[in-house]
Design a protein around this ligand. Structure first.
Ligand SMILES: [Zn+2]
Length: 191
């Protein structure tokens, strides 16, 4: 059994001060940074990950994913535009020792990290399989959108999947609650 950490979209635009800020985003970035610190320093409380990867929303022209009058369900204010500071990892996410980063959404909405590709052009599922990963811990922003879609795709792709709930932040309480129930029903373990 090999386990990987999947860090979803911990980017400036999704944290306080960003164009699509999720309350608690900066704190989530800090907590994941601590987890990564424990792992890289092999501290006693460190999780035993065989790899850590990240996903990033990476928009050039994603069509109706962006709107000047967003409904905050299917359309959103412009965010994570390639070449802007909003697209960068939040500085609280420190260190950033990722084995690969998967970019998604250049020309269309892409909520799931499994839609992303890394610098070598490999998708997340193929990358994980080529590294013999069987178990995933998923965390990041936002619980009710990209984290949800990534965790559901993880299960569909056959990975034993755990959501680290304390290291996630959601856009809205109701949709976050619904997403947690949906993930549980799909077989995601909530930790
Ligand atoms: Zn987006």
């Amino acid at each position: 059994m090999k386990r990987a950490l999947v860090v979803v979209d911990v980017q400036n635009d999704f944290c306080e001060g960003g164009s699509l800020a999720v309350a608690g985003g900066a704190e989530v970035a800090h907590r994941i940074g601590e987890l990564l610190h424990h792992w890289t320093e092999k501290l006693p409380q460190a999780p035993s990950y065989d790899a850590a990867v990240a996903t990033r929303d990476h928009h050039i022209d994603p069509g109706d994913h962006f709107s000047k009058e967003p409904d905050f369900v299917d359309s959103w204010p412009a965010h994570c535009v390639v070449g802007t500071d909003g697209e960068a990892f939040h500085p609280n996410l420190d260190p950033q020792p990722f084995d690969a980063v998967f970019l998604k959404g250049e020309h269309a909405a892409a909520y799931s990290g499994f839609e992303g590709v890394c610098a070598e052009g490999t998708g997340l599922a193929d990358w994980l399989r080529s590294h013999e990963i069987t178990h995933l811990d998923v965390c990041g922003i936002a619980t009710d959108y990209c984290v949800r879609a990534t965790a559901l795709d993880a299960v569909r792709n056959g990975f034993e999947t755990t959501l680290l709930e304390s290291m996630c932040a959601g856009v809205a309480p109701e949709s976050t609650k619904a997403a947690l129930a949906e993930m549980t029903d799909a077989g995601v373990r909530i930790s």
